[in-house]
Write a protein that binds this ligand. Structure first.
Ligand code: IPE
Ligand code: IPE
Ligand code: MG
Length: 240
């Protein structure tokens, strides 16, 4: 499991933060920052893939973000709508596979439908694996996993013996990220040093990289800096 050095992490996760502050600095409404931030997402997908990243996961909307003013939530949902539509084309052009993690059942029906269409249309693409966390919360993901597991036990689909033998790898099949390797590197922009409920299980051993750069200003050079930082780390994974 030890890294050889000089490698590009196969999975990079990003907490895209600072859109509101970016707009405020320009005396613009927060929503303007979100529009710019959504452009950054498109560019960074291409940049990450060119740098050799195979899996990229971005935190777009958390289970806690419903606490924001309704107008801001509406703008974010409209941006997502536009993004999903464009993404059908860009995923085809770039051979990108798109998956959503999080509980999409709380989103508007049309948005859920375009998510399903996008996932279906891109499922056989072999380029970048791009995950968008939408109405995602790590605690919510673990709770949903536990409930599904309990349901299988109650219905007798999972025996007491199988439950007792269950390993971490088996439990991972109940998470939204099933089949996706865990991120080796987490990036958070805008200077905040916390996880804000993002992938607590999957990030247990990730290197954490924090930068003051606000999300709309994040670019390929900044991504390279994060990868360089990752390469300087000496990983032990609990050993000595
Ligand atoms: C991140 O930017 C985008 C989302 C959380 C949707 P913010 O909107 O959190 O921007 P700041 O942190 O207020 O600057
Ligand atoms: C985390 O950012 C969520 C996303 C980037 C989608 P927030 O800006 O919502 O997190 P807090 O409130 O600063 O922890
Ligand atoms: Mg924020």
């Amino acid at each position: 499991m030890k890294d050889e050095g000089g490698r590009v992490p196969q999975h990079v996760a990003i907490i895209m933060d600072g859109n509101g502050r970016w707009a405020k600095k320009r005396m613009m409404p927060r929503t303007y920052g979100h529009a710019q931030g959504s452009r950054t997402v498109e560019r960074i997908c291409e940049d990450a893939y060119r740098l050799g990243v195979r899996y990229l996961t971005v935190y777009a909307f958390s289970t806690e973000n419903w606490k924001r003013p309704p107008e801001e939530i509406e703008t974010l949902m409209d941006l997502l709508r536009d993004y999903m539509k464009d993404c059908i084309k860009t995923s085809k052009k770039n051979n990108m596979r798109v998956r959503i993690i999080g509980d999409i059942s709380r989103l508007d029906a049309d948005l859920q439908e375009s998510i399903r269409a996008l996932e279906e249309a891109s499922r056989n693409n072999t380029g970048l694996n791009f995950q968008v966390a939408l109405n995602y919360g790590g605690r919510d993901e673990l709770l949903r996993a536990a409930k599904r597991l309990a349901g299988q036990c109650l219905r007798g689909e999972l025996t007491a013996g199988a439950l007792a033998d269950m390993q971490e790898k088996d439990f991972e099949n109940y998470l939204d990220t099933r089949g996706i390797p865990e991120p080796e590197l987490l990036i958070r922009t805008s200077g905040e040093m916390r996880l804000s409920n993002f992938m607590p299980w999957q990030l247990a051993y990730a290197e954490l990289y924090f930068t003051d750069v606000l999300w709309p200003d994040f670019n390929k050079k900044e991504l390279q800096k994060a990868i360089d930082y990752y390469n300087k780390r000496d990983r032990r994974f609990g050993g000595i």
